[in-house]
Each structure stands twice: as structure tokens, then as C-alpha cells.
Design a protein around this ligand. Structure first.
Ligand code: COA
Length: 388
């Protein structure tokens, strides 16, 4: 298992140079490539090969805007009881979930992500052209090569670098921490972190052990460079254990075409299996590891659970949320949850719940929130953040 609370130093990420590219030598190379591109095509051309930002090291990162979006189609537990042998009572007692949203018709994940991001930009009063980086945290992209660039296009964030982060239900926490590292070490000013997933695409709708859990959604957060004393990321801890992969995965299907030695047999196009999960093992992992990683992040921040205004966990199962809150001695009134309405929306669940709590007036400016993601990989992590 690797712990990474301090692994993202500017030098370890190759960000010792200036500007929004990564390092002086790389800047020169990228600048050269950009100008070559400009000669050949308007698509992908940048207005200047020079970095837009001076290098600034040691800045803080403020969380100043949030937004979320969910698909139109709502599926209740009773709806699911029509297709698999289950009941509203079983699902709500074992998980706390009552309904979930599912992408349908011509809705895309890109649309959801862009809608959530637009709301975050509006709240932050940041123009699309002033966004420098878009981190699209998703494991279910619209395009195998990444959905971030499509979101960039939809938003008109022409100056932003955009790419995907794949870390399942931990994606948003990893994205948030990554955003702050780019700000601290890379001189980036405005970073959009989007958590968006459509696990409905990989659910086996005949498997009652998994299909009851998941839903689709997007949530976004605008993270902006600030003075050091206004820093909104107070502490964090991130972990991975690939040994646990077997408990939760959706793996690429092996190519069945056989090479016979004489002529090359072209492989068949790939696809992924549906979500495979050992629910009991994942439950045990979450209840054991999530309190540990939150305690490590609190220690990194020099805080204790008594200093928290809110606990906001990845929304997977209400029993997991309650067990972690009990272990950390955090009362129910300080625990954020909207799981009953949306189910487990993977990388979207934390920003979706946070957006609702902020817009609903629960979370106030200056509130300190312990947030933690956990899931496939296995990957898990916690961040202690201050809103506003
Ligand atoms: N409706 C009715 N019965 C169901 C059912 C459903 N949807 N799913 C399973 N069952 C049945 C099982 O077949 C089993 O029956 P049996 O006793 O006759 O064999 C019984 O209910 C108990 O199943 P079990 O799997 O032991 O239930 P559980 O209490 O562990 O709850 C989960 C199952 C999936 C809700 C729970 O393990 C869980 O939430 N785990 C974490 C999953 C998670 O969060 N994954 C994502 C992480 S990011």
C-alpha cells in the first residue's frame, strides 16, 4: 500500500519550471510543437507559444464555486423490483438508497459535466476563458481517449488544458488534491475539478447485488489560487492497494481471436465486463480504511474530528457513512448525505452532495469539511477542506 500525503511536491510532478506547461525545458518543447501545429491547422492551435502565467510557488487554493447536474430519468426501488427480485424495503434498509438518476435518450456525460461546471463558474464569477485547467474525474468517459477535451470545447474554455483522471469513486478527491498541486507548483490560477460518472453503462441490470446501488451524475468545483493564509486544502492523505482490485472492477474483456502462427489474425474490438463486486469485502474495506485515512488527513491538517463542521463521505451506502461517523465520533447532524435520492454516483457523489449542501445553506462560508472517497482500485483518500 502506498500513502501519498506529501508525494505531490512540485518537483516530483515535474513542475519545477514556469507557466501552465510543466517545466522550462518542456515549455520550450511544447511551445515549439504548438507553433508547428499553428502552421498546419487552426484546430488545436494556441494563441501564443509563451506560457500565460509566471511561476508562483507556495500559493494557497480556495474553493469558490460549485455546481452539479443529474439526468432527467429517475428510477425508484419499486421500478427496479419490476426487473429483478428485490424490494424497496430491502434496498432502503441495506443501503439507504430510494432512487437514482440514469442517463437516457441523447443525454451524455459531457453534457452533465459541462452543466455542472457552468454552474460552478457562475458561482465563482470566473469567465470560461480564464480557466487554465480542467480535471475531468471519471471512469466512464464518453470517449476512450478522454472526455475532458470535449467538456473544454462545450464550455468554451479555450485556454484550458483538459484531461481525465480515472480513479473510480475516489476520483474527485484525487482531482481536488491534484488541482491544488498544479496551483501551488505550476502557477495555474483557475482549475475546474469535475467528478462525473455514468456507471449505469457498466451495470448488469439482471444482477440485484449491484444494479440497485448505482446512478449517474456530475458535480464540479472551481479551485482558485489564493494567498497562503486563505488556503482551502488543510490536509490530505491518499492511498492505493491494487491487491484489492478483485473485489470491485470492470475489466477489459480478453481478445478471443487466436493467432495461428501463419497469418496475423486482427484482434476484435475490445469492451469491458459489467461491474463485478464482492459487496461484503468492499463494505469491510470501507468501514476499516476510511476512518484511518480521515484521521491521517486530520493529522496532516493539525486538526481533530471535533474541529470539523461536516463529514462528507463518498455516497455509497448509508450504513458505511453511519459506521465511519460513529468511529470518528461525529454526530449525525454533522454528516452530509443525499444518497437516498441519487444512489452511488461514483466520482460525482461528493461534489453533488457538497453542491446541494452549499446551495441549501447547510454548509456556510469558512466551514471545515472532512471529505473522503473510496472504491475500485482499490483507491481511497481524504481531504480536509474549507469552503469559500
Ligand atoms: N434484494 C433482495 N435481496 C438481495 C439483494 C437485493 N437487491 N441483493 C442481495 N440479496 C440477498 C442475497 O442473495 C442474500 O440472500 P441469501 O442470504 O439467501 O444468500 C442476502 O440478500 C444477503 O446478501 P448480502 O450480499 O450478504 O447482503 P449485504 O448485507 O452484504 O448487502 C450490499 C449487500 C451490496 C448492499 C452491501 O454488501 C454493500 O453495500 N456493500 C458495499 C458495496 C459498495 O458500496 N460498493 C461501491 C463502493 S464504491
Amino acid at each position: 500500500m502506498a500513502s501519498a500525503s506529501h508525494l505531490f511536491s512540485p518537483s516530483s510532478m515535474g513542475m519545477s519550471g514556469s507557466g501552465r506547461c510543466w517545466g522550462r525545458r518542456r515549455n520550450r518543447l511544447i511551445g515549439l510543437r504548438c507553433s508547428m501545429l499553428e502552421e498546419h491547422s487552426a484546430v488545436g492551435s494556441s494563441s501564443s507559444p509563451k506560457p500565460r502565467f509566471p511561476r508562483v510557488v507556495g500559493k494557497g487554493s480556495k474553493l469558490i464555486g460549485c455546481g452539479s447536474a443529474v439526468p432527467k430519468l429517475s428510477i425508484s426501488n419499486d421500478d427496479l423490483a419490476e426487473i429483478v427480485e428485490t424490494s424497496d424495503e430491502w434496498i432502503s434498509v441495506r443501503t439507504g438508497i430510494r432512487k437514482r438518476r440514469i442517463l437516457s435518450g441523447d443525454e451524455t456525460l459531457t453534457d452533465l459535466a459541462a452543466e455542472a461546471a457552468r454552474k460552478a463558474l457562475d458561482m465563482a464569477k470566473v469567465e470560461a476563458l480564464d480557466v487554465d485547467l480542467i480535471l475531468m474525474c471519471t471512469s466512464t468517459p464518453d470517449d476512450l481517449f478522454g472526455t475532458g477535451p470535449q467538456v473544454q470545447r462545450e464550455l468554451g474554455c479555450k485556454h484550458a488544458l483538459a484531461f481525465d483522471i480515472t480513479a473510480a469513486c475516489s476520483g474527485f478527491v484525487l482531482g481536488l488534491v491534484t488541482a491544488t498541486r498544479y496551483i501551488k507548483g505550476g502557477g495555474f490560477q483557475n482549475v475546474l475539478v469535475i467528478g462525473a460518472d455514468a456507471l449505469s453503462r457498466y451495470v448488469d441490470w439482471s444482477d440485484r447485488g449491484t444494479c440497485i446501488l448505482f446512478g449517474d451524475a456530475a458535480g464540479a468545483m472551481l479551485v482558485q489560487a489564493s494567498q497562503e493564509d486563505e488556503d482551502g486544502l488543510l490536509g490530505f492523505d491518499l492511498r492505493t492497494d491494487g491487491q484489492g482490485h478483485r473485489h470491485l472492477h470492470a475489466t477489459v474483456k480478453a481478445d478471443s481471436s487466436k493467432q495461428n502462427g501463419a497469418a496475423f489474425v486482427p484482434p476484435k474490438p475490445s469492451s469491458y465486463s459489467c461491474i463485478q463486486m464482492n459487496g461484503k469485502e468492499v463494505f469491510r474495506f470501507a468501514v476499516r480504511c476510511v476512518p484511518e485515512v480521515i484521521e491521517a488527513a486530520l493529522s496532516d491538517a493539525g486538526l481533530s474530528s471535533a474541529d470539523l463542521n461536516w463529514l462528507l463521505l463518498h455516497q455509497a451506502n448509508q450504513r458505511i457513512i453511519d459506521a465511519v461517523a460513529t468511529r470518528l465520533q461525529i454526530q449525525t447532524g454533522r454528516v452530509l448525505s443525499n444518497l437516498s435520492n441519487y444512489g452511488n454516483t461514483s466520482a460525482a457523489s461528493i461534489p453533488l452532495a457538497l453542491d446541494e449542501a452549499i446551495r441549501g445553506g447547510q454548509v456556510q462560508q469558512g466551514d471545515v469539511i472532512a471529505t473522503a472517497g473510496f472504491g475500485a482500485g482499490l483507491t481511497w483518500g481524504a481531504a480536509i477542506v474549507k469552503w469559500g
